[in-house]
Design a protein around this ligand. Structure first.
Ligand SMILES: [Ca+2]
Ligand SMILES: [Ca+2]
Ligand SMILES: [Ca+2]
Length: 676
């Protein structure tokens, strides 16, 4: 017996010298259970008498403190007064839930923390011992305070002054031999509700676009259990960002470090609105990234995303400033997402062309930012449907570097204002004009902003600092921006085109009703000019992001037609054929660039027919009585996934008999995609 004990101590010492860990097998009511004690960690319930240490973290009702090299929790406990020692406890791990050290080291930091937290057991001041109460004097030398019967016959609960005194008893009984016992541990338990992160933001239940109980919603499901937009940076390009907002501030990157910009009036480094009526940016920011789980206000789709404010559209926006805002990526930081709820006028008569500086900014952002993976540009598709506008005429949202977002209302209808177009990629919830078919979000702080909102929306029920009156493709785009933040947290290696394709692959068409039908194209995408691929399905997009293989590099093919082609005033279709037989390309974007001479260009509609037969349409715009389109580009996503090889046809139609026809003097078709 003596020989055995000596061996036991030798192995104990060896274990202790290897990373301050000791393995035990306790008898838990008769069942052997393996544990490992870590001497370099200590649990502190109150934090009294123990300094805070780097690497410490919350666990259960207290904190796990990490000790320095050469320190041990036993020594630390003994150096504390008895009263303070009561708040401390030894830390064990249930080794049945621990992977090997190698596997543990290979996990991401978050995954490792979760594994450790779930297998962690903290000693209480009690031991469960196989003993009759009448035998209690056998433990006299361990200085127990009391004995009580446990729920297991023949086993008693022995209590000590504190958990470390109980640990001394553990060591004494181990050395003595002949005892069956186990410490009584504390552990954490998983909550079994469907969403294990409890959303405690009081206005959450009004945010119908997030609620699984709503007829139409973003299908968040359990996404927030694993992704919240952590470490993802998003610019809100708008009329300002209330950086001090009670429900945004924790997600806003600090001022004074070159992260924010103000291209309008006021401090050039502070994007806060200078006029309380400039609340649009603050509204958008809350939809994408209001702070979640803080018992305050609302919750964003990405409740831990980091926000940068770029104040650009509160006044007139210089083209170079617009370009800079698009390309924005402060030194030492990655700009993952650029959220844009604005664009050319939706009056149905503007040609929607954007400046080359703006385009260059987007191009730089998409091709160079994020170490070449590209900032993901999310852009509202436009609110001009009632004015006869069509998204195809919007050079910003239809840019091949952006993702155009259309709006759906509470009933699954295309919002009355939301434009259709050949570049619409995806949809989210913009609602309509009255409660309850509007969205809840953050508003500028204070009485002045509250008064402005109440005057505009007398039926508003939102408290000060919030609004229940936000709508439009402006509300839809930041929902997608938030979804993209969750996707990029799941898989930060996605390129900007990968994000767009994943959203389009996972869009939810169920029950949507719009001006345009859903049509299955030759690339197995079912798309509509009203909705693109449908409403964002957050859970599906995040899941697909996690198992995605990036698209290959972009390849292109282009053909320019020669000669002029008349467009008659009598409603006869004019068409041009383009022979792409040699193009071995899987299509993503198709650009049509043309010059048309016409005295009333709103008479015109345009069509692109792919070799598969998929039709992309830019509808005529009755209110556009302007003259000519000059070197003008439209972009379609409707043939995404198709093969470019074969005959493409571009059709021009003047369906308005008013004595004015026109001439096409230039037409070029360019296909972007990957090599087949
Ligand atoms: Ca909140
Ligand atoms: Ca428009
Ligand atoms: Ca005409």
């Amino acid at each position: 017996m003596a020989f055995y004990l000596r061996l036991f101590f030798a192995s104990l010492l060896a274990a202790a010298s290897l990373g301050a860990q000791t393995d035990y097998t306790f008898s838990d009511g008769g069942r052997p259970v393996p544990y490992r004690m870590t001497a370099d960690e200590v649990f502190s319930r109150a934090g009294r008498g123990v300094r805070s240490t780097a690497g410490s973290q919350e666990w259960g009702g207290g904190r796990i403190l990490k000790l320095g090299a050469g320190e041990s929790s036993r020594k630390l406990a003994k150096s504390n007064w008895a009263q303070d020692r009561k708040s401390l406890a030894p830390v064990f791990y249930y080794t049945g839930d621990l992977p090997t050290a190698g596997k543990l080291a290979a996990l991401s930091a978050d995954a490792r923390d979760k594994r450790l937290a779930n297998s962690r057991r903290v000693m209480t001041e009690k031991l469960l011992v196989h003993l009759e109460k009448s035998e209690s004097d056998r433990l006299a030398s361990t200085q127990p305070l009391g004995f009580e019967n446990s729920l297991i016959p023949g086993w008693v609960l022995v209590s000590y002054a504190d958990a470390f005194t109980a640990l001394d008893a553990v060591d004494w009984m181990t050395q003595q031999g002949g005892f069956e016992f186990s410490p009584v541990f504390s552990r954490t338990m998983g909550k079994r509700q469907a969403l294990s992160r409890t959303v405690n933001d009081p206005l959450f239940f009004r945010q119908w676009h997030l609620l699984s109980s709503a007829a139409f919603n973003l299908n968040m499901r359990n996404s927030w259990d694993s992704v919240t937009g952590k470490n993802i940076n998003m610019t809100i390009v708008d009329d300002g960002l209330e950086v001090k907002h009670e429900d945004l501030a924790a997600n806003v990157l600090p001022l004074g470090q070159g992260r924010h910009a103000n291209f309008n009036d006021g401090d050039p480094n502070d994007p806060s609105p200078t006029d309380p009526k400039d609340n649009h940016g603050t509204n958008c920011a809350g939809i994408a990234g209001a702070v979640g789980f803080n018992t305050l206000g609302v919750i964003g789709v990405a409740p831990e995303v980091r926000l940068m404010g770029l104040r650009l559209i509160a006044g007139d926006a210089p083209e170079d400033a617009t370009g800079r805002a698009m390309a924005w990526q402060p030194a030492g930081l990655i700009t993952h997402i650029s959220s844009n709820s604005w664009g050319p006028p939706d009056d149905g008569e503007s040609d929607g062309r954007i400046s080359s500086l703006q385009l260059a900014g987007i191009e730089k952002g998409a091709l160079e930012n994020r170490n070449g993976l590209g900032t993901v540009f999310v852009i509202s598709a436009g609110n001009g449907r009632a004015e006869g506008d069509d998204q195809s005429y919007d050079g910003f949202s239809s840019s091949r570097y952006g993702i155009a977002v259309a709006a759906v209302n509470r009933s699954g209808n295309q919002s009355s204002y939301s434009e259709s177009g050949m570049g619409v990629a995806i949809s989210a919830f913009g609602g309509e004009f009255k409660q309850p078919d509007v969205t809840w979000t953050t508003n500028n702080m204070g009485a002045a902003a509250f008064g402005i909102k109440q005057e505009a929306f007398p039926t508003s029920e939102a408290p000060i600092n919030y609004t229940d009156s936000f709508n439009g493709t402006s509300a839809a785009a930041p929902q997608v921006s938030g979804a993209v933040a969750l996707m990029l947290e799941r898989n930060p290696r996605l390129g900007y085109r990968d994000v767009k394709e994943i959203l389009m692959r996972t869009g939810n068409r169920a029950g949507l009703k719009g001006k345009d039908e859903f049509v299955k194209n030759g690339g197995d995408f079912t798309l509509s000019h009203s909705f693109g691929a449908g409403v964002v399905d957050v859970a599906a997009a995040v899941a697909l992001a996690g198992r995605w293989t990036n698209l290959g590099p972009v390849v292109t093919a282009e053909i320019e037609a020669t000669g002029a082609q008349e467009i008659s005033d009598n409603g006869t279709l004019s068409s041009l054929d383009f022979d792409f037989d040699a193009a071995k390309i899987r299509v993503e974007h198709v650009e049509l660039t043309f010059t048309v001479k016409h005295d009333n260009r709103g008479d015109l509609e345009f069509g692109i027919i792919s070799p598969f037969g998929t039709l992309s349409v830019a509808a005529s715009r009755p209110e556009d009585d302007n003259v000519d389109f000059t070197d003008y580009t439209m972009t379609s996503v409707m043939s995404w996934g198709e093969s470019a090889s074969g005959k493409w046809t571009v059709a021009f139609l003047d369906g308005m008999k008013n004595g004015m026809g026109g001439t096409v003097t230039k037409a070029k078709l360019k296909v972007y995609g990957t090599a087949q």
